[in-house]
Write a protein that binds this ligand. Sequence first.
Ligand code: AMP
Length: 447
Amino acid sequence: MFSQFALHERLLKAVAELKFVEPTPVQTAAIPLALQGRDLRVTAQTGSGKTAAFVLPILNRLIGPAKVRVDIRALILLPTRELAQQTLKEVERFSQFTFIKAGLITGGEDFKVQAAMLRKVPDILIGTPGRLIEQLNAGNLDLKHVEVIVLDEADRMLDMGFSEDVQRLVEECPSRQQTLLFSATTGGAGLRDMIDKVLKDPEHLMINSVSQLSEGTRQQVIAADHNVHKEQILNWLMANETYQKAIIFTNTKAMADRLYGRLVAQDYKVFVLHGDKDQKDRKAAIDRLKQGGVKILVATDVAARGLDVEGLDMVINFEMPRSGDEYVHRIGRTGRAGNQGLAISLISHGDWNLMSSVERYLKQKFERRVIKEVKGSYTGPKKVKASGKAVGVKKKKTDKKTDKKAVAKTPTKRKTVNRPKADAPSLVSQDGLAPLRKRKPAAPAAE
Ligand code: AMP
């Protein structure tokens, strides 16, 4: 119950209006600490309810009687325009019974209109780092009285090269009392560096998004002989599975374009999203998908992070992602906020070891599924190690580099305490589907 939090009644009213009944694990863990004014470092994926976890405490801090606004008091930084827009919507929904006003500053929008909005001084400013810096340089932005800063999807902001911009913006806020940093992954040296620089004695909340995933999403693997066979399986799935909207992930732009071409040729309404597409294409693709004009999206990881599309109930990994975190990201696109979802990974020889790494990372074994109509001959390696990986697979010289890279990126350094040994996997021929292992509900753990 949200009433367990010391939130203002007007915020509780908005929560009730939105029909949020139970707080999600990230909300349960983060809201009380954020209300106390603590700095937080939260590892939680999009779809976990993390936006409300920082928006509600911020609103609680700012809530008060109507008065002339003179200062921006909270700054929320996000990596992409869509995420910033989604966050603005969330802020507006939660603040509907208050006098708090929020403003949005992202690239691709009219600079002067934004400057005019800034002159009216929003209480909460939400934006992407690049354009905020431009407004700052133009003398339109005063952050001197910002009390709270949120760095959302901080790992992604770093991936996108915003490190310096973010640090500059933080430095522009000398009155800040609280900083909340959210990232979907535990990140690398860049994230650690940022955490050291911007957070003061932070509490680290690791939200076990992995367990949450399996609650609403069935996870299956289908063995495939090679890419052409994968395409046949994909065609079968597109034609025979029940889904409202689907997303197909590939590891490369070239493969995304290729699949897009194949699906278009079959008259599917489909869009493709990858790093070469500009913001306009991206927005058009996401809008059409949201409105239902397009049912299928082919995407690479970078392009699809942070997508929140209602009714997205099937995720297909045409290729296995190269790390457990990336897998969690992809699968996090479906089964959101308690809905059902289906995640299917197509596994050929080259994907096997990645799959077993991901299974170990998630501490669960995926359903093995065989589709009679498109059954191939590959059923997994002849021999597997206790780790689930293939024994004695001779790699071709040309594969070596990519394989090494892939394995290096898999989270093998995670704690192995209490990790059950993976069962020796074998692809069992079956028409029906075995039920998923029941997992314990997600529990946040403070580090
Ligand atoms: P987020 O991770 O913040 O992007 O949230 C994912 C989706 O879950 C959004 O559409 C939220 O409105 C929704 N949501 C967040 N918290 C809750 C909750 N406690 N109950 C129901 N839906 C929620």
